[in-house]
Design a binder for this molecule. Structure first.
Ligand code: MN
Length: 402
């Protein structure tokens, strides 16, 4: 393997998928190897991957994700074998392109998008901030993975600028709501799960079958306007405070690449209802970093999440709601127990009461125009090292008056 470009975090045990294009050419499916991308349809054509040529010629990952888990596994095994095969090294090299020459696109056509709330630490912190006079965790929190339906059409790929949203906001001190640019704009460090394989309406996906629909993961930033959210969210949940934009990484890491990062989830107390039980309950040992203008301000550990992704998917379908390939469900803000593990500015600066100190003496309670937020993450790889998740980054632009 010395003849191929690998780096520690994006080697043969990783191989995330994305959608890339060169100027004048249509976007198509690629896999990342080090700081290069492999044109997969081209490689499959040249090296016996006929089963995937059509799906990998598409401008989204949806066709490939629709093929199901046996095909995902076979494709990954074929790709790894091909990349390791010295006799095909010239064929591989001809299909490699430096990432710097490529434009990355949104990896999936997002069907439905749901955001969960699966971190007990985040839910507790948010509850204390939003409802200081009540119980932090709502009575339902340990009985079901709470979620809301977001807006799939405004999920954007990493690197897309985020325009500060306008809306109605009202603080408890205000007599009436006002309209204008959000003054409490925030990020949420999350993991997004990409669903593959449709199901029929009226059927459900059980916990132990959910992994058949888990194609892969990407880092996800659920940008949130706390002032808009705080005024609008009772009683139907988040709406315009979230739907202006959500950012997804350009690279989708296959679940198989995370097999070493999986661990058996601890027993939940209270035990949830039978439809949320099963053998395939797992956590993921993924270490996230939140970078604000180049400074790491938080390290949220995904391993602290309460609900397993398989429980989230089982809950999402228990009423008979169908799945569609390209559905995206996000974990909710990942926050650990420690103050420097909180996955949002709301928590890090405790709703503005304890502004975050940045190098050079500046502080942040919420995001300012020009701020750049980048999420990165690593996880144990299958070869004993670590693998990287593709970053998700975005810059805040000033609100528009039109
Ligand atoms: Mn969220």
């Amino acid at each position: 393997m010395t003849t191929l470009p690998t780096t520690e975090l994006f080697g043969l045990d990783n191989l995330p998928y994305g959608i890339a294009s060169k100027p004048g050419h249509a976007p198509h499916v690629v896999a990342r190897l080090g700081d290069q991308a492999i044109d997969l349809a081209g490689l499959a054509t040249d090296a016996g991957g006929d089963a995937w040529v059509d799906a990998w010629s598409q401008s989204t990952l949806n066709s490939f994700a629709a093929q199901g888990r046996p095909s995902w596994r076979a494709a990954r095994a074929w790709l790894r074998d091909t990349l390791r095969d010295e006799s095909r090294a010239d064929i591989v090299r001809a299909r490699l392109h430096p990432l710097g020459e490529l434009t990355m696109h949104l990896p999936i056509a997002v069907a439905d998008y749901v955001d969960f709330y699966a971190s007990e630490h985040h839910a507790t912190n948010a509850g204390m901030i939003f409802r200081p006079d009540g119980t932090a965790l709502t009575p339902n929190w340990k009985h079901l993975p709470i979620g809301y339906h977001g807006r799939s059409g405004t999920v954007v790929v990493s690197g897309t600028d985020i325009v500060r949203p306008c809306g109605q906001r009202k603080t408890p001190a205000d007599a009436a709501p006002t309209f204008g640019p959000s003054i409490r704009l925030d990020f949420e460090a999350e993991l997004g799960f990409v669903v593959g394989g449709d199901t029929a309406i009226g059927t459900r996906v059980r916990v132990d079958d959910a992994a058949d629909h888990l194609f892969g993961v990407g880092l996800f930033n659920d940008w949130s306007a706390r002032d808009i959210q705080g005024w609008e969210y009772v009683p139907l949940g988040p709406f315009l405070g979230k739907s202006f934009a959500s950012s997804l990484a350009a690279w989708v890491t296959p679940m198989e690449a995370l097999s070493t990062a999986k661990f058996d989830a601890p027993q939940q107390d209270p035990q949830p209802l039978p439809y949320l039980r099963g053998d395939d309950l797992f956590g993921l040992d993924i270490a996230i970093e939140v970078e604000l203008n180049g400074t790491v301000v938080s390290r949220p550990p995904y391993s602290t999440m309460y609900w397993s992704p398989t429980q989230m998917l089982a809950h999402l379908t228990v009423n008979g709601a169908s799945l569609r390939t390209g559905d995206l469900f996000a974990s909710g803000t990942v926050s650990g127990a420690q103050p420097d593990q909180r996955g949002s500015l709301l928590e890090l600066a405790w709703s503005g009461q304890e502004p975050l100190q940045l190098p050079g003496g500046s502080t942040r309670s919420f995001l300012q125009d020009g701020d750049v937020v980048t999420l990165r993450a690593t996880a144990p790889g299958t070869d004993g090292g670590r693998i990287g998740l593709g970053e998700v980054t975005g810059r805040i632009l000033p609100a528009r008056s039109n």
